[in-house]
Design a protein around this ligand. Structure first.
Ligand code: BG6
Length: 491
């Protein structure tokens, strides 16, 4: 069967910055289905040539220069067709449909448009007779800003498409190292016996960024770090780290195990929100030696900056999964913009035995720690204790590391997160996509934090751009006698 990939919002930001470059990688990897047609649909009329030029310009910015070749571009672009049309209007869509639609082909629709028009687009597709049992629909966040708004969006989607037809993208699940979590946990039997509250002291999940919100201010001000990052990316990483082994590496099994984790996430009571969460907002500072404005000083071309905005550009939470495996293990998660480094990692801090045979005077005995680096410098590092070499009496100890940096063993990847996810839609594999129940459960947990912030009037604490975040974030750890793991590149 031939495949048609229809990108609605085909000349928008998401399509140009992410989707076409990822699809180019499919071509480069020889994974593009034969006879595929990529149809970019946009409301603004333009010639095929202008459309291609636009894609080419963004493609060159979006992919590694060494992977670009004119020959590959020619092959790739010959599959891309421009169609003028408005999917939110059935009449307009019907006109566009006649230029490309073939009911015998497998249709995949990517709604690269704002979620408030998802519903209209679904209705139009249906009214135009473009929805069959085999049709697949791809959407991505923001899927609402609360459980309630998510349910409303989902109802619109599911009045036309079944759950089996819906592919909800969380691009973190397309990252190699996030998938590698499954390999680490379930293909290395030494970890499983240790992966629980008996042996693990605490877990940290961090996604820190150096970028600010720039000209996304208006969108971001309605969203904030909790909805933009924690509700989806961090929570998904948490689920893969914490879930029970699925019976099989299949969509239903994996998604159900993730859902069980979400359902065991303790909802943070409103009166504990000040103790268990941190809400921060960046102030003016220096990132990488460059002066950068504070969140409330960002220049926004289109919107007025609200000088009283309490939108958080940083959030940290002490969470707990209340189940047999994890109860009692604090899970500290944090994410923020305009911090000192860009890195994403999971830190598994093991417990230390209460008895030591080593001489107290020569003791630098630290508990083992596994660091799973998601980006950049993907890889793993295990802290182990060694004897200090030499003739000193006894067995003095020092910490050493077992390192496995993926770049040292693997060729440079010729793809990105979206490439993998788009290919999985083509393969009809939902394993790396998020189910409605997962999204709903994640919102339920996040809604509770917002309710607590509202009822307690907890304000966002300013932190200087280029720092490690608000001081209350360090205090969150310090009061438990712990500290955040601060990473250096390949430290
Ligand atoms: C997006 C957020 O989902 O993820 C952005 O909307 C954020 O605010 C981005 O910058 C981070 O993704 P990555 O892949 O660069 O870690």
């Amino acid at each position: 069967m031939k495949t048609d990939l229809l990108i609605v919002g085909g000349d928008g930001d998401l399509a140009l910055r992410k989707l076409y470059p990822s699809l180019y990688y499919l071509e480069l990897n020889n994974c593009m289905p034969e006879n595929i047609r990529i149809i970019g649909m946009a409301r603004t009329g333009q010639t095929q040539e202008v459309f291609h030029d636009k894609i080419k310009t963004w493609l060159k910015k979006g992919i590694d220069a060494e992977f670009y070749s004119e020959e590959m571009w020619e092959t790739f672009s010959s599959k891309i067709q421009f169609v003028q049309g408005d999917a939110s209007n059935a009449e307009a869509l019907a006109k566009a449909r006649d230029q490309f639609y073939d009911a015998n082909n497998q249709l995949i629709v990517y709604l690269a448009i704002p979620p408030m028009i998802f519903g209209k687009a679904c209705k139009s597709l249906e009214e135009c007779g473009m929805v069959q049992d085999s049709t697949r629909l791809i959407v991505e966040k923001p899927l609402g800003d609360s459980r309630e708004s998510f349910l409303a969006i989902n109802e619109e989607l599911s009045s036309t498409f079944t759950e089996r037809q819906l592919f909800r993208i969380d691009h973190y699940l397309g990252k190699e190292t996030v998938q590698n979590l499954l390999a680490l946990r379930f293909a290395n039997d030494i970890f499983e016996p240790l992966w629980n509250s008996k042996y693990i002291d605490h877990i940290q999940i961090a996604v820190t960024e150096t970028v600010g919100v720039g000209n996304r201010w208006a969108f971001y001000n309605e969203t904030g770090a909790t909805r933009d990052m924690m509700q989806n990316h961090l929570i998904q990483v948490l689920c893969l780290m914490a879930m029970e082994p699925p019976a099989k590496l299949e969509a239903d099994a994996v998604r159900q195990e993730k859902l069980k984790v979400l359902n065991c996430l303790r909802l943070i009571p409103e009166d504990e929100v000040e103790e268990l969460t941190v809400r921060g907002q960046y102030a003016r500072g220096k990132v990488g030696g460059q002066e950068v404005p504070g969140y409330l000083e960002e220049e926004s071309e289109k919107y007025e900056i609200d000088p009283n905005s309490q939108t958080e550009t940083y959030v940290a939470v002490k969470a707990e999964i209340q189940n047999y495996r994890w109860s009692g293990v604090p899970i500290y998660m944090r994410t923020g913009k305009r911090l000192n480094t860009r890195h994403s990692e999971i830190v598994i801090q093991f417990k230390q035995s209460s008895h030591t045979i080593f001489d107290q005077n020569h003791r630098d005995h630290k508990a083992n720690r596994l660091i799973i680096r998601l980006q950049p410098d993907e890889g793993m590092r295990l802290r182990v204790m060694n004897k200090v070499s030499g003739l000193d009496a006894g067995i003095p100890l020092e910490a050493g590391c077992l390192n496995m940096w993926f770049a040292d063993h693997n060729p440079k990847p010729k793809h990105d997160a979206y490439t993998r996810l788009l290919l999985d839609v083509i393969r009809d594999d939902q394993t790396l996509f998020v189910s409605a129940a997962e999204v709903e459960a994640a919102w339920k947990w996040v809604d509770q934090i917002f309710a607590g912030w509202k009822s307690t009037g907890m304000k966002a604490e300013q932190y200087p751009a280029g720092s490690t975040g608000p001081s209350s974030s360090d205090a969150l750890m310090a009061k438990d006698g712990r500290e955040w793991h601060e990473t250096q590149d390949r430290e």
